[in-house]
Design a protein around this ligand. Structure first.
Ligand code: DGY
Length: 321
């Protein structure tokens, strides 16, 4: 029997790769950078499966370049805003993703960003390394308290809930805004709030919504204007949920205390972005799920989704079209 040909757009951990190599003819993109658009269109030609990253735009053109034998697309991420789901549905191509396995790891990282921004950890580290620690100072590097403060979660899915659990352990009051979670379904000690109330009352605002036309630039100049001057914004969701110009204005004019980002618009953030000049911004290169164990589980899950699709079976974790 001939082995199905698949294209894997980046080297994923062995936990997934060896499953694929055991069953398929794998064309593995060898570089650290994603394939260019041209390379992607060329490499998918004739494949039955595509294992994609969040950096690959998988739209109708890519599906059509692959050809009618394309049976499955499996995204190595829980988010799938890089894939045109209606186009896949129209072509009868199931799309897989990796929910659940990265929840706690990403929530850990969101909390790490929150703490780092609140207590100015990155600035403090730079201060010491620059040889500026001369004595104990009563007013040096003053931050804001986490304990006893209010966390506003925008989006209360798996990751939002996992962040809420951490926040409750830190003695925070938790507000959330998520129309899909009515008050009667709210987790214990999590209080629903409309967006306006949340923005006005929260000391920390953490974003946990997918990127959709409705959430693009949800946090804009008007949203920043409602926040407390002591507020800290944390984004581990998707960069374009925050308007970068409005963020720059809010941070540079000290309209809010700080922001901590794992995701940006665009991604990667250009090295000359004015945001990178600000000391009240903590930033990371989209590593929320980046623990060895979790990336291994994601690889296995993405491979299992892909293999199920190749066999014509239901994907264990399929995006609803
Ligand atoms: C995802 O899975 O969507 C994250 O952004 C990366 O792990």
């Amino acid at each position: 029997m001939t082995r199905p040909k698949i294209f894997v757009t980046r080297r994923i951990p062995e936990e997934g790769l060896h499953l694929l190599e055991a069953a398929c003819t794998v064309d593995l993109w060898p570089e650290d950078r994603p394939p260019s658009r041209e390379a992607l269109l060329a490499r998918v030609r004739g494949v039955e499966g595509i294992l994609s990253m969040l950096t690959d735009r998988i739209d109708a053109a890519v599906m059509d370049a692959a050809g009618p034998q394309l049976k499955v697309i499996s995204n190595y991420a829980v988010g799938y805003d890089n894939i045109d789901i209606p186009a896949a549905t129209a072509r009868g191509i199931p799309v897989g993703h990796t929910p659940g396995v990265l929840t706690e790891t990403t929530a850990d990282f969101a909390f790490a960003l929150l703490m780092a921004a609140a207590r100015r950890l990155i600035e403090a580290d730079a201060f010491v390394r620059a040889g500026r620690w001369k004595t104990w100072e009563p007013q040096r590097l003053l931050g804001v308290d986490v304990y006893g403060s209010t966390l506003g979660l925008i989006g209360l899915g798996r990751i939002g809930r996992a962040v809420a659990r951490r926040a409750l352990g830190f003695g925070m009051r938790v507000l959330y805004h998520d129309l899909a979670v009515p008050p009667e379904a709210a987790p214990e000690r999590c209080t629903p709030a409309d967006l306006d109330t949340l923005l006005r009352q929260a000391d920390f605002i953490s974003l946990h919504v997918p990127l959709t036309p409705k959430t693009r630039h949800l946090i804009d100049a008007a949203a920043f204007a409602k926040m407390k001057p002591s507020a800290v914004l944390v984004n581990t969701a998707r960069g374009p949920v925050v308007d970068p110009q409005a963020l720059y204005d809010a941070l540079s004019k000290r309209r809010i205390f700080a922001a901590a980002l794992d995701v940006t618009e665009p991604e990667p953030i250009p090295a000359d972005s004015p945001l990178l000049q600000l000391d009240n911004l903590v930033i990371a290169p989209h590593i929320g799920s980046a623990s060895r164990a979790t990336r291994g589980k994601m690889a296995r899950m993405a491979a299992e989704n892909l293999l199920a699709g190749l066999r014509g079976e239901p994907l264990p974790h399929r995006v609803e079209g």
